[in-house]
Design a protein around this ligand. Structure first.
Ligand SMILES: [Zn+2]
Length: 267
C-alpha cells in the first residue's frame, strides 16, 4: 500500500501514486527497466525456483503518515502489520506486506518480521508478519532494487558485506566470502543485490546457498498464488454459509514438479 507522503510526492494524485507503486513492483518482479530486464522472478527461475510475486490490489486505504512514530522502524512495521491483520483484512492471503512511503527515513528501506524471529513460510506459522517499507527514490528502477533487497531479507538472506566482530578476539570480519562483490571499483560490475547498500538484482553464490536452504526446508508450501486483486469495497465474507471457490496453483514451487500435479481446486 502507499502512504500519504507517497501520494504527496506524486502531485497529490492517488491514481498516479498507485500506478508508480505498481511500476516499482513490476520492475522488482519482472525486471522492467532493470539491467537485461531481469527481476527477482527470473533470478529465482534461473536457480530452479518458481516464485510468483502477486500484488494484492487493495485500493481503498492510504496509510497515514502517523504509522511512522519516528522512534523506531519496528513500531512502524507493527502498525502496518496490525492494519493487515485487522478483522476485515485478515482473510486476505499475503506473505509480505509492502508499504511505499514518501517519508524520508535516512535509509532506502527496511524489512521487519515484527519480532517473530522467523523467515516467511515457516512450517506451522500461520499468517505472515513480514513487513517491507521502501522509500520513494529518484527513479522507480532504484526503488525496485531496494524492494527486491528487502524482500530477500524475508527469505532469510543477510548482507554479504556485513561486518561482524569475533567476541573472543575482537577482530572484525565480513559475514560472507562474497563481500568482494560489494566493493565499488573492484571491477566494472555493479554491487550485488544483498550488499549492505544494495545493488543490482543478481545473486552471488552466497545468496544462492541461502535460497537453496530456504526451499529445501519445506517452507515453499506457503508461497502459493494468491488473489490478484480486490474491489475497492472488499471486506472479508462472514465465516458461515459462504460458498467459496479456491484455486490453488503452484503451491509448491520446487524443481521437477510435473505439470498439473501441484494444482488443487476446491468448490
Ligand atoms: Zn538489507
Amino acid at each position: 500500500m502507499i502512504d500519504e507522503a507517497f501520494v504527496t510526492a506524486h502531485q497529490g494524485n492517488i491514481a498516479i501514486a498507485r500506478q508508480k507503486a505498481i511500476n516499482i513492483f513490476y520492475s522488482m518482479a519482472w525486471g522492467i527497466g532493470q539491467p537485461q530486464s531481469i527481476g527477482l522472478t527470473d533470478r529465482f527461475l534461473f536457480q530452479g525456483y518458481d516464485v510468483v510475486f502477486n500484488h494484492v490490489n487493495f485500493t481503498v486505504d492510504i496509510a497515514p503518515n502517523s504509522w511512522n512514530t519516528g522512534s523506531n522502524t519496528n513500531e512502524w512495521a507493527i502498525n502496518i502489520r496490525n492494519y493487515w491483520n485487522s478483522p476485515t483484512k485478515r482473510c486476505i492471503s499475503k506473505d509480505i506486506m509492502v508499504l511505499f512511503t514518501g517519508q524520508s527515513l535516512g535509509i532506502d528501506g527496511f524489512h521487519s518480521d515484527c519480532n517473530t524471529g522467523v523467515s516467511i513460510c515457516q512450517p506451522g506459522v500461520l499468517g505472515s508478519s513480514h513487513v517491507v517499507v521502501v522509500r520513494n527514490q529518484e527513479n522507480y528502477v532504484n526503488t525496485a532494487k531496494t524492494l527486491a533487497h528487502e524482500i530477500l531479507h524475508a527469505f532469510g538472506l543477510g548482507h554479504l558485506n556485513e561486518i561482524l566482530t569475533d567476541p573472543q578476539t575482537g577482530q572484525s570480519y565480513y559475514a560472507t566470502v562474497c563481500h568482494t562483490q560489494c566493493a565499488l571499483g573492484n571491477n566494472n560490475d555493479p554491487p550485488a543485490l544483498m550488499c549492505v547498500h544494495g545493488g543490482d538484482i543478481k545473486f552471488t553464490s552466497c545468496d544462492i546457498n541461502c535460497i537453496d536452504r530456504f526451499f529445501t526446508n519445506n517452507k515453499c508450501i506457503c508461497l502459493n498464488q494468491q488473489f490478484g486483486s480486490f474491489p475497492d469495497d472488499f471486506i472479508c465474507p462472514p465465516p458461515d454459509n459462504v460458498y467459496i471457490n479456491i484455486v490453488g496453483d503452484r503451491p509448491n514451487p520446487v524443481i521437477g514438479c510435473r505439470i498439473g500435479e501441484d494444482e488443487i481446486t476446491f468448490g
